[in-house]
Design a protein around this ligand. Structure first.
Ligand SMILES: [Fe+2]
Ligand SMILES: [Fe+2]
Length: 219
């Protein structure tokens, strides 16, 4: 099939799975005040740093100039998100001295992404799919913040972070339209997207069962 048809099919397949990441109950506000918000924002710091790291690694090891610049833009944005969330946490009164966002090491999703060497796989997994996941999780987080009265946090996500994540997904879409032109490339892209979604589902399941976290924002 042509690249445009493929990208639409991949998007539809992703959305079907993503709807499982957004069950209605995750929008039900849980009890918990600023301490809980602080925890969620610290998880967000970890996600942003891991997203920065992967985009930067791929920037170095990609020859295609358009793709290189796309990863560079993403790395810069994710680093900016880290700083914005960090400053916001301090405004909320959080003490970040001694805080290491990577204390638990890289997440399984980042470890998987780091194994990808093929450009079409990287774009399909790291931008087109991972950023679509981030959009869904951030939307849930915004709804949670609004329900809990965390207005400033909701505004930060809605007006700044979420717009960048939308753009990262769009970058992935534009690159796939140029790169996913053969059946082989489309199959590699599809498999990388599927594995990314599986890992995200596993991560969410883990967060739900082990930590009781429903609303952790993405990247
Ligand atoms: Fe992003
Ligand atoms: Fe981000």
């Amino acid at each position: 099939m042509d690249a445009a048809t493929f990208v639409e099919e991949l998007s539809a397949a992703n959305q079907e799975i993503l709807s499982r990441l957004a069950p209605a109950e995750t929008l039900v506000a849980e009890s918990g005040g600023d301490l809980r918000l602080e925890n969620l924002l610290k998880i967000a710091l970890r996600n942003e740093l891991e997203a920065t790291e992967i985009a930067a690694r791929w920037l170095v090891s990609t020859a295609d100039v358009e793709v290189k610049l796309s990863f560079a833009r993403q790395a810069g944005d994710e680093a900016k998100h880290y700083r914005l969330i960090e400053a916001h946490l301090r405004e909320l009164g959080a003490d970040l001295s001694g805080f290491d966002p990577l204390a638990q090491g890289l997440s399984p999703l980042t470890v998987y992404l780091d194994t990808l060497e093929d450009t079409v796989e990287r774009v399909a997994a790291g931008q087109f799919t991972r950023e679509a996941i981030a959009l869904v999780k951030n939307q849930q987080f915004i709804a949670f913040c609004e329900a809990q009265g965390h207005t400033a946090t909701a505004t930060l996500y809605r007006e700044t972070i979420q717009k960048d994540e939308e753009y990262h997904h769009l970058l992935g879409r534009q690159l796939l339209l140029r790169l996913a032109t053969t059946p082989q490339a489309q199959e590699r892209a599809r498999q990388a997207a599927t594995r990314t979604l599986e890992l995200a589902e596993e991560l969410q399941h883990l967060a739900l069962t082990k930590m009781g976290v429903h609303h952790a924002p993405g990247c």
